[in-house]
Design a protein around this ligand. Structure first.
Ligand code: FAD
Length: 271
């Protein structure tokens, strides 16, 4: 069956490198028979702030407004704002979601963070009682594709910005894995503004090649939620800890168990 792809795209300029990366993805995936929908956040003037206006028909407790609780109720009752509903529809239908953006302050631009805050609502995308365990996105793949201002050497364990695997952890674990997506390795276009036009063309060509097999890629490895004990405040179960005691590296960037980080675990599948 033809796959559906959602491209959530955040750049202000159609002449940007990000636009070129987005256009390549649309072209190659469409040529493979995929249906590609693009949420062009700046063009849509996507609202980035999580406020009571995201709920229609009044809120339960205006005095002490709780965005999570109020949007959960509104989602259950079909009272979320139209733009949120529309993005949630696109997400529900998609098999693969690609987030295309320039890195801003080690993370996504505010407009894309607003998309996370407003679209991935409590109940729909995550659960407090069952963290990392909702089934809605279980069969779906998601990935980050982004440009940087910094060169790759600067985002290394000895580089001035530190290990890129650490930078990726909050987005790939805290957003994508937390919502239950299978997370594909990121596509990073290092410093397109500071390299030759040949190097830029080579980066785009490598992306085009990767796109050909993207839907068949294996996801990154995370510690499954079953490894944590709910009764003990979601701590790692002793048997998992013991099983890993003699291993050289920690489990993941976050669950490092006081050991060296597993090399490149946020960059490559299967490590
Ligand atoms: C608020 C803010 C915070 C930032 N924080 C960080 C940070 O934390 N870490 C970090 O590393 N960087 C950071 N940056 C830098 C930012 O990540 C880069 O400026 C951005 O990633 C560059 O991507 P772009 O698409 O905007 O590049 P552009 O400037 O649009 O493009 C780069 C070059 O590619 C060319 N190009 C466009 N299309 C093509 C094509 N089809 N083929 C070949 N070449 C093409 C363009 O003409 C240009 O010469 C930050 C920037 C801002 C504004």
């Amino acid at each position: 069956m033809a796959k559906k792809v959602l491209l959530v795209y955040a750049h202000q300029s159609s002449g940007s490198f990000n636009a070129a990366a987005k256009d390549a993805a649309v072209e190659i995936l469409t040529a493979q028979g995929c249906t590609v929908e693009v949420s062009d956040l700046y063009a849509m003037k996507f609202k980035a702030t999580a406020t009571a206006e995201d709920i229609t028909g009044g809120v339960k407790n205006a005095e002490h407004f709780s965005y999570g609780e109020e949007t959960k109720l509104a989602w259950e009752e079909g009272r979320l704002a139209a733009d949120i509903k529309e993005e949630q529809r696109k997400l529900t239908e998609a098999d693969l979601i690609i987030f295309q953006f320039p890195m801003y302050w080690f993370t996504v631009p505010a407009i894309m963070k607003g998309w996370f805050d407003r679209v991935l609502t409590l109940g729909f995308a995550y659960s407090v009682e069952k963290p990392y365990s909702l089934e809605i996105f279980k069969g779906k793949k998601a990935m980050l594709s982004f440009t940087t201002g910094a060169h790759e050497s600067m985002f290394s364990a000895n580089g001035i910005n530190g290990d890129i695997n650490v930078t990726l952890w909050p987005l790939q674990n805290g957003v994508l894995h937390c919502c239950g997506f299978q997370v594909l390795a990121p596509q990073i276009f290092w410093a397109p503004s500071h390299v030759s036009s040949e190097a830029r063309s080579a980066m785009l060509e490598a992306w085009r090649t990767r796109l050909q097999g993207l839907l068949k890629e294996e996801p990154l490895v995370f510690t499954p939620p079953e490894c944590f004990d709910k009764e003990k405040g979601f701590q790692l179960k002793p048997e998992v800890h013991e099983k890993h005691a003699t291993k050289e590296f920690g489990l993941t960037v976050g669950h490092h168990l006081g050991k060296p980080l597993p090399p490149n675990s946020q960059m490559k599948a299967g490590v």
